[in-house]
Write a protein that binds this ligand. Structure first.
Ligand code: DCP
Ligand code: MG
Length: 363
């Protein structure tokens, strides 16, 4: 262990919970015939010609190489006999709310960070063994009440807890006590650090940095020259230093919904009807979250992946469907240039009440 880490972080115990193959597990729970089968939630595969993406899939489907965000056509090639289902978002929002109620009932500061994950600051439990018992009880409760499994990480920081919840999925419980932070992080590929995507991973590879250990020993000046000030935060995370707190009131940033057309289209009636449907759906989510918004954004992706977005901020907060619909139509008129459209989306943002989470409901 590096000197100092335990001292800096030993006072906190952070729990990160992430549901396992969430949308797929909800479907499998409600239809027992699906259990044990490869189940893929996402766009219609249309016999391999489907054009959207995979939202998620069961662990049985992952054994065939299927992953979230993969083109559905590729998933079909990998496992044509999988059960392909369209997402039923309202059902997942309800299951999420049920799970979050169990977590809130534990009485600790809680921060929901997506539809299926949350941090709890359980420092009051005092010791890691006591926190581990609590985590096991939470897992049992969620399983017995809803038939769903989750994975939990316990660690002195949010970043390490999040990485820990992911390493023994599904149905995992991983504890990283302060003295083990460095040995836990060091062999991990840099991609495990939240926020490091494909691009940053490739940039780090170019410098010869593959593991978190490589990052800790790399010259900070060279890193700063390449990545700017964010290199300092990255070095800290690699060394297990992360003072960010569990923020009880997570601010809702946006609610969005988008759809990919079966065939690229310039049919104005079809595009207009789709905008109506998307506006209706985001307004329903807005009302479920008990929110009003001021900004409406429309996204259009043309044939060839050229993407245009345009936003308008309204003079007043609104939850009114007709207002949102009219605004979305007018934005669409502004950016529609007659080319064939592959995908359109509607996003609502600038909310007046900050008591829920960001929801990205793309298909
Ligand atoms: N999701 C999505 N599109 C993505 C990623 C996720 O629609 N590209 C949705 C479907 C997931 C849910 O969000 O069920 C939660 O995302 P996770 O990343 O936690 O993935 P899962 O819960 O499905 O699987 P895991 O067991 O790896 O957590
Ligand atoms: Mg999950």
């Amino acid at each position: 262990m590096e000197p100092g880490i335990a001292q800096r972080t030993s006072q906190r115990i952070i729990l990160h919970l992430d549901m396992d193959s969430f949308y797929a597990s909800v479907e499998m729970q409600e239809r027992p015939g699906l259990r044990g089968k490869p189940v893929v939630i996402g766009a219609d595969p249309d016999n391999g010609k489907g054009r959207g993406v995979v939202a998620t899939c069961s662990y049985e489907a992952r054994a065939f190489g299927i992953r979230s965000a993969m083109p559905i056509s590729q998933a079909f090639v990998l496992c044509p006999h999988a059960v392909f289902l369209p997402p039923d978002i309202p059902r997942y929002v309800k299951a999420s709310a049920d799970v979050m109620l169990i977590l809130k009932a534990q009485g600790f500061p809680i921060q929901q960070v997506s539809i299926d994950e949350a941090f709890l600051d359980v420092s009051q439990m005092g010791t890691f063994p006591a926190a581990s018992d609590l985590a096991a009880r939470i897992k049992d409760t969620i399983l017995s009440r809803f038939g769903l499994t989750c994975s939990i990480g316990l660690a002195p920081t949010k970043v390490v807890a999040k990485i820990a919840s992911d390493v023994n999925k599904p149905d995992g419980l991983t504890i990283v006590e302060p003295e083990n932070i460095f040995s836990f992080l060091a062999p991990m590929p840099v991609r495990k650090i939240p926020g490091i995507g494909k691009k940053a991973e490739a940039d780090l590879f170019e410098l010869g940095i593959r593991t978190i250990r490589d990052l800790t020993t790399f010259d900070i000046q060279v890193l700063i020259a390449r990545f700017g000030r964010s290199a300092i935060a990255l070095k800290d995370v690699a060394a297990g230093i992360d003072t960010s707190e569990v923020k009880e009131q997570d601010v809702v940033k946006s609610i969005s919904r988008e759809t990919t057309f079966t065939n690229d289209t310039d049919d104005e009636q079809l595009v207009a009807a789709t905008i109506d449907k998307l506006a209706e759906e985001v307004c329903r989510n807005l009302s479920d979250e008990d929110l009003h918004c001021r900004t409406v954004t429309v996204k259009v992706r043309y044939q060839g992946f050229v993407t245009k977005t345009k936003a308008r901020t309204l003079p007043h907060y609104t939850g009114d469907r007709a207002t949102v619909r009219t605004c979305a139509h007018s934005l669409l008129c502004d950016i529609f240039d007659g080319r064939k459209i592959r995908l359109i989306g509607v996003r609502l943002s600038s909310f007046d009440k900050h008591d829920a989470r960001q929801m990205i409901l793309g298909v």
